[in-house]
Design a protein around this ligand. Structure first.
Ligand code: AQP
Length: 344
């Protein structure tokens, strides 16, 4: 039996190298290989190739106001990027969240099994609602919808960036709570999968904050679709420090450490090796090298994206994905409704 992998990305703003290195790159790697059972403690069966489901989470995008036309375009942009980075719709299910009704349905059921206290502790909610007297209910309930996304597919493994650790923990807590009440096999309890290097890429202009799509400064992040000149400019401007030593020390050298992380992730070298390679050399040369490896990695993605985005095939992939995802999720919804005593 294969391991079920599930994850998603919001169709908001520019997909950046943080999203890519923390999440999308893992999506591609996981589709090509079987996950060893040691990575998934609650499974004892032999795994074969992973069974991957990748979603564009548009219902999450409307937790804050969005222009409808822009949102529709962004959904197709992210779908095209999924394929451009190497997600193969013949191997993985690729679809849009709102095309499968089970996400919203299960979210309501889970909301009735989660507590305002635990949701108020979510740091992402605190960050996004800071300074406002009142926040949209959807923003508050966002982690429950994320739990529904994951539990709807009996997912074993969820590849995400480390900023999502708290939400994965909440998903597990809700699944265990429901299982204790309604039967052990109501939900599969999932595991988060976080990379060692690249799990948290920091903002180039403020390396103590994570790289974020909603940053106002365009040089804070590198979009997957940025051209060579923009990549070079953003990296050459990246905030570092004045001691001139290339060393991985996120606490006292967050900027240089972030560049080491990016270089390591794009070259596939462990950060310690990159540190040794660059010891005693200058920031200027190092930044040029980071820009070069980033450009080399993103150029083929940009090229494939330009071919895929205008093609009719994209919508066909999403329709087919929604059908396949719908068939899997319907079975889980039926099981949950039966356990809860819902329906005629
Ligand atoms: N800086 C990051 N480093 C590593 N991984 C990251 N991810 C996001 N930022 C980083 C991972 O990318 C996946 C998709 O993220 P998302 O689109 O669902 O939402 P997000 O985390 O809210 O992304 P942003 O860029 O931070 O958007 P805004 O600015 O709108 O809040 C997730 O797996 C996430 O961990």
């Amino acid at each position: 039996m294969s391991i079920r992998v599930f994850s998603g990305v919001q169709p908001t703003g520019n997909i950046h190298i943080g999203n890519y290195l923390g999440a999308l790159k893992q999506f591609v790697d996981l589709q090509a290989e079987g996950t060893s059972v040691e990575d998934v403690p609650h499974r004892s069966d032999q795994s074969s190739l992973n069974d991957c489901i990748y979603c564009i989470v548009d219902l999450h995008a409307i937790t804050l106001p969005k222009d409808p036309a822009e949102l529709r375009d962004s959904i197709l942009d992210v779908a095209a990027l999924y394929l451009a980075v190497g997600i193969d719709p013949k191997k993985s299910v690729v679809f849009v969240q709102s095309d499968v009704p089970g996400h919203a349905e299960l979210a309501w059921i889970l909301m009735c099994n989660s507590y305002t206290g635990e949701l108020s502790r979510m740091t992402q909610f605190k960050d996004k609602s800071r300074g406002n007297e009142s926040a949209p209910t959807g923003l508050f309930a966002y982690p429950v919808l994320m739990a529904a996304d994951i539990l709807l597919y009996d997912s074993n493994v969820v590849p995400v960036g480390s900023d999502q650790k708290q939400h994965i923990e909440l998903t597990r807590d809700i699944a265990i709570r429901v299982n204790n009440k309604y039967g052990d096999d109501t939900f599969v309890v999932p595991e988060g999968r976080f990379l060692k290097d690249g799990a948290r890429v920091m903002a180039l202009d403020n390396p103590t904050a994570k790289m974020s799509k909603s940053a106002e400064n365009p040089h804070s992040f590198i979009s997957l679709l940025d051209d060579e000149a923009k990549i070079r400019k953003s990296i050459m401007r990246a905030t570092t420090d004045s001691d001139g030593e290339i060393r991985f020390d996120p606490a006292s050298k967050p900027g240089v450490s972030n560049l080491l992380t990016i270089y390591g992730a794009f070259t596939g070298k462990p950060v310690a090796e990159v540190e040794r390679e660059w010891a005693g050399r200058g920031y200027g040369d190092f930044k040029k090298a980071v820009a070069e490896v980033t450009t080399d990695a993103l150029e083929p993605i940009r090229r494939r994206y330009a071919e895929i985005r205008p093609s009719d095939e994209l919508r066909a992939v999403l329709r087919d994905g929604a059908e396949r995802a719908g068939a899997i999720s319907e079975k889980v919804i039926l099981r949950v409704k039966e356990r809860f005593g819902l329906g005629a």
